[in-house]
Write a protein that binds this ligand. Structure first.
Ligand code: FES
Length: 208
């Protein structure tokens, strides 16, 4: 939520409480995907950069696919016009969301090579660049965890410097994650996006 909205909630809690109750009521007969797609479009219509990034992240987290989001944008053309669709697309590109990349947007999920297991020591965390996305890899004995490096809050690409021991801190709003489980342990409530893994012939693969 923006600082301005947080300020208004503190200054006028009852008034703003009615506003948020109203928002909650408005979508209660819609399935979550539809609700998320409409929310995304409202942010494009009002050209609210921060809100658009936030709602886009939530839509992806709650199961909307990039193609569904693009469909919603294009369907809303009569209300948005090309300029706002281009505005939102520029933000999507700026966010560097792997699922929107040309390599992944039309691809079926598959096993993808991540790293030779010999390169990750027991208890070590590594940030790896693969052909289609950046990931954090954590090894505990013969168990491997692979997480997308993008924050589940507003899709910030979390750098390796954000790692202290087994805790990863997103530099943008300081959500903290336990790299051994992917769980968010401070500030936020959504976990890192994790992938299924397997090891074959000494190579770690993850499924996306
Ligand atoms: S983008 Fe907000 S905490 Fe990561």
């Amino acid at each position: 939520m923006s600082d301005a909205l947080n300020y208004l909630i503190q200054a006028r809690p009852e008034t703003m409480g009615h506003y948020f109750k109203f928002l909650k009521e408005t979508g209660k007969h819609l399935d979550p995907k539809t609700r998320n797609l409409i929310s995304v479009i409202t942010k494009v219509h009002s050209q609210t950069d921060r809100g658009f990034r936030q709602y886009l992240g939530r839509a992806l987290r709650e199961g909307c696919t990039p193609m569904e989001i693009i469909d919603a944008l294009v369907m809303a053309f009569p209300a948005l016009c090309l300029a706002k669709i281009v505005w939102s697309t520029e933000i999507i590109l700026d966010m560097g969301i792997p699922e929107f990349s040309p390599e992944l947007i039309n691809a079926q999920p598959q096993w993808r090579q991540v790293v030779a297991v010999a390169e990750v020591a027991d208890g070590e965390v590594k940030r790896m660049e693969t052909a289609t996305r950046t990931v954090f890899v954590y090894r505990e004995a013969e168990t491997y965890k692979v997480y997308d490096s993008h924050c589940p809050h507003q899709v910030t690409n979390i750098p390796h410097l954000a790692l202290e021991g087994k805790t990863l801190t997103c530099p943008k709003h300081h959500w903290k994650f336990d790299i051994t489980t992917g769980a968010c342990i401070e500030k936020g409530k959504h976990p890192l996006k994790g992938f299924d893994t397997k090891v074959e012939d000494g190579v770690l693969y993850a499924y996306w």
